[in-house]
Design a protein. Structure first.
Length: 214
């Protein structure tokens, strides 16, 4: 049986990002995979890479030696057959939790050797999901497409072949009347959520299934 690790890097565990990650995991599970789920913001304290270079020493090559809240996540990824990562776009980049995991996942794989690019000898497929208030069609103008290409390239090179899914123009809150956000049309946001988000959930489900089928 194949095993998938699904990671929600949003602080909200029932909203857009988390829902898409769960649906992708469901797609993988329906194809016979076992799934381990993590909500990064609910873990015990952890940090990003601390530049100790322990992962470059014999006996630990390619493995982060720091022991904290991310350790069980990294251990699970190292034995998984596929990886689902979901993050909201915060201030034009991934969430802080995603970035910490990304550093601890990617840096240990880097060899600094001319003849060997990565210590990871068993590539696994990756699905990276990003949600944002910015509409999908605005990604080229904002540079978000280039941002995602950077993450895709590094994940593909250090973890395994990576597919990216984006869902933009999200419904940020259930009640916009609590906030003086004059740039939004709450009715339009709600209408889009009701019509388009189910399509996004179906796409995430299909991409999760694809991790197992490919």
């Amino acid at each position: 049986m194949k095993h998938i690790v699904a990671i929600n890097a949003s602080p909200r565990t029932t909203w857009n990002t988390a829902s898409l990650v769960k649906k992708a995991a469901e797609g993988a599970a329906d194809q016979g995979a076992s799934v381990t789920n993590f909500d990064l913001y609910s873990l015990s304290p952890y940090t990003g890479c601390v530049s100790c270079f322990g992962c470059k020493l014999e006996g630990h090559l390619g493995t982060c030696i720091r022991r904290d809240g991310l350790t069980p996540v990294l251990d699970a990824i190292n034995t998984a057959d596929g990886l689902i990562l979901g993050t909201p776009n915060y201030l034009g980049d991934v969430s802080a939790a995603f970035r910490a995991l990304y550093e601890r996942l990617i840096f240990p794989a880097i060899t600094y050797k001319t003849g060997m690019r990565t210590y990871r000898t068993r590539p696994i497929p990756v699905l990276m999901i990003m949600t944002s208030n910015v509409a999908e069609e605005a990604y080229p103008m904002t540079g978000y497409d280039a941002l995602l290409q950077k993450y895709k390239n590094n994940l593909s090179g250090r973890v395994g072949p990576t597919e990216v899914m984006i869902y933009g123009d999200t419904l940020q809150v259930s009640d916009y009347s609590k906030f003086d956000w004059t740039m939004f049309d709450p009715a339009a946001k709600q209408a889009r959520h009701e019509t388009e988000f189910p399509k996004a959930l179906k796409k995430a489900y299909d991409l999760g299934a694809k991790l197992i089928l490919d």
